[in-house]
Design a protein around this ligand. Structure first.
Ligand SMILES: [Zn+2]
Ligand SMILES: [Zn+2]
Length: 252
């Protein structure tokens, strides 16, 4: 409690000393690092499949794929479609360590999830990076997104419960089949998750193969329910190729 109180006080102090700047337009903002106009113009994922968050053109509960072959998790939430400027904000977070982007996108994800008024998970698990990749990047973008969700919704994060058991090549650039083969038994659960409701946190969902593999590992370990919360969902058109890597996007 004391720690949360101190974190909130420090947050107020830093906002007073350094007023928030919008991560999209660079203008001044009143409450957080995103101004009102830019927030309204974001590519909100208003009509989507309840199971995999794929945007749907027609009003339906599930997409065709989930109706026939549902994923291992129970529900997916993704407030945005992977489109401008969310795609740029996520690339800047991942490749240029723009941490305010993670903070603001995590806050928006928390508010989006809370708007459904459903039962809260017991635990947040950011998709873990292999220690070699984390050493190179020095941070995990999924954890940067999970932290504001933890603060907003008061749900604990566990970064140590799951780990990557082997080093896998970057998923982007691989076909859906290669992604699956690449990820087989990629995660190990190192603790008791029996009867827990878990939300896995990540930046984007493309084919969902990483999220499916981690969900299966958690369900095998006894989790009662696994949900998936990502900032952005790559649309159907984007599924046949990886999100584009633009100039300046490289591992640091
Ligand atoms: Zn703005
Ligand atoms: Zn679906």
């Amino acid at each position: 409690m004391r720690r949360q109180y101190l974190t909130e006080r420090l947050d107020c102090l830093s906002k007073w000393l350094l007023p928030p700047t919008c991560v999209v337009c660079g203008g001044n903002s009143k409450h957080r690092d995103l101004c009102h106009d830019c927030a309204l113009a974001l590519p909100w994922n208003d009509s989507c499949c309840a199971r995999c968050a794929l945007p749907l053109a027609v009003t339906a509960a599930y997409c065709g794929k989930c109706a026939t072959r549902p994923p291992p998790w129970s529900q997916a939430k993704s407030p945005f479609v992977y489109d401008f400027p969310v795609d740029s904000l996520l690339r800047q977070l991942k490749f240029s360590r723009r941490l305010p982007n993670g903070r603001v996108l995590g806050e928006l994800t928390a508010e989006w999830v809370a708007s459904f008024d459903e039962s809260k998970p017991d635990l947040l698990i950011p998709v873990p990076l292999h220690w070699r990749r984390q050493l190179g990047r020095q941070f995990n973008q999924a954890t940067e997104i999970a932290r504001p969700i933890q603060r907003r919704l008061n749900i604990p994060i566990s970064e140590r419960l799951c780990k990557r058991s082997h080093y896998t090549p970057q998923q982007s650039g691989l076909s859906a089949g290669a992604r699956k083969r690449n990820l087989r038994n990629a995660f190990v659960v190192r603790g008791d998750v029996s009867n827990t409701h878990i939300a896995i946190i990540d930046d984007i969902m493309t084919t969902g193969s990483t999220l499916a593999e981690l969900s299966k590992a958690l369900l095998r370990a006894g989790a009662e329910q696994v949900d998936v919360w990502t900032v952005a969902r790559v649309t159907g058109a984007g599924l046949s190729y990886p999100p584009p890597v633009r100039e300046g996007d490289k591992e640091t």
